[in-house]
Design a protein around this ligand. Structure first.
Ligand code: NAP
Length: 291
């Protein structure tokens, strides 16, 4: 069973420690994935407009709210507010994030391409991150968002928006796993009271490299504990005190990823050693299309 632990945010709200990721959960996959997850006990869902599957997530929510859970029991993040009501069918978001610290030119769709450089996104060089953060802060009075956060922000990005507004994000969602521990950023956020959510906790990679779930070090610990390698990687993130959002569209994995195990200090360190002098970042926008 999951420990069902919740963690405190700096706005007084709480966030369930284990959530379900929905990136790359394709059509006819994500609706069932969300339903199975909620049935298995997940109460924290990570969604994003750019994942293009919000209608199916919304359909899944209709299947489980209120028959399995009340809306208030769920913690939902999303990265587009305007469409949340029509697509997700929820009157408010628990967390609203700036997805990446890079603005694209407005009014030309999700991924506006550069006329002079096809295949590349056109960056908005007029709008600063501080402008965006101020616009986010102004949404608090609407009652449509319970908490505001950011994603893929570095220490420098965080320092800049905090210095300009005096307002800390409740959450920074970042790629974090044994191959990318981001110790400095984790330490900074802890010190500043900014909750961290780790994405790609299983070391999802689209680069054809060995998956973390297949690393012999992870397998050795998993076999010894009678656990799956994914459970070991989720537990590695939990050990570090933040929330973790593994994605799966397979029912057995959705269920088992949520069945928590605890790591000893020795096993935590053994898994951490994988990333010593071997850092790998999988989520690099320069490898997306358009770049
Ligand atoms: P992940 O959760 O680390 O890994 C997902 C991959 O692992 C999928 O291929 C999944 O396949 C597989 N998997 C799941 N459970 C498994 C198990 N028990 N054993 C073996 N393989 C397993 O990667 P992620 O999707 O990149 O990250 C998680 C979530 O974080 C995303 O879905 C998204 O919600 C969020 N995210 C946010 C950002 C951001 O910029 N803010 C960026 C990336 C991701 P199956 O589905 O076939 O099981």
């Amino acid at each position: 069973m999951s420990f069902r632990k919740t963690l405190q945010l700096n706005n007084g709200k709480t966030i369930p420690q284990i959530g379900l990721g929905t990136w790359l959960s394709g059509p006819h996959e994500v609706e069932n994935a969300v339903v199975w997850a909620v049935e298995a006990g997940y109460r924290h869902l990570d969604c994003a407009y750019v994942y293009g599957n919000q209608d199916e997530v919304g359909a899944a929510l209709k299947r489980v709210v209120p028959s399995v859970v009340q809306r208030e029991e769920l913690f939902i993040h999303f990265e587009t507010l305007e469409r949340r009501a029509s697509s997700l069918g929820t009157p408010y978001l628990d967390l609203y994030l700036i997805h990446w610290p890079i603005p694209f030119v407005p009014g030309r769709g999700l991924l506006p391409e550069r006329a002079d450089k096809p295949g590349h996104v056109e960056i908005d060089t007029e709008t600063s991150l501080v402008d965006t953060w101020k616009a986010m802060l102004a949404l608090r009075s609407t009652g449509k968002v319970r908490a505001l956060g950011v994603s893929n922000f570095t220490v420098q990005h965080l320092e800049a928006i905090i210095k300009a507004t005096g307002e800390r994000p409740a959450v920074n969602q970042i790629e974090a796993h044994p191959l990318l521990p981001q110790d400095g950023l984790v330490e900074y956020c802890k010190r500043e009271g900014i909750h961290l959510t780790a994405y790609s906790p299983l070391g999802n990679n689209l680069h054809g490299k060995t998956k973390l779930v297949d690393y012999p070090e992870v397998k050795e610990v998993a076999d010894r504990l009678g656990a799956t390698t994914a459970q070991v990687l989720v537990a590695w993130g939990v050990y570090r005190g933040y929330s973790v959002i593994p994605k799966s569209v397979q029912r057995d994995r959705i269920v088992s990823n949520f069945e928590q195990i605890a790591l000893s200090k020795e096993d935590y360190e053994k898994i951490s050693d994988i990333g010593k002098n071997n850092h790998v970042r999988f989520g690099t926008p320069m490898s997306f299309a358009p770049k």
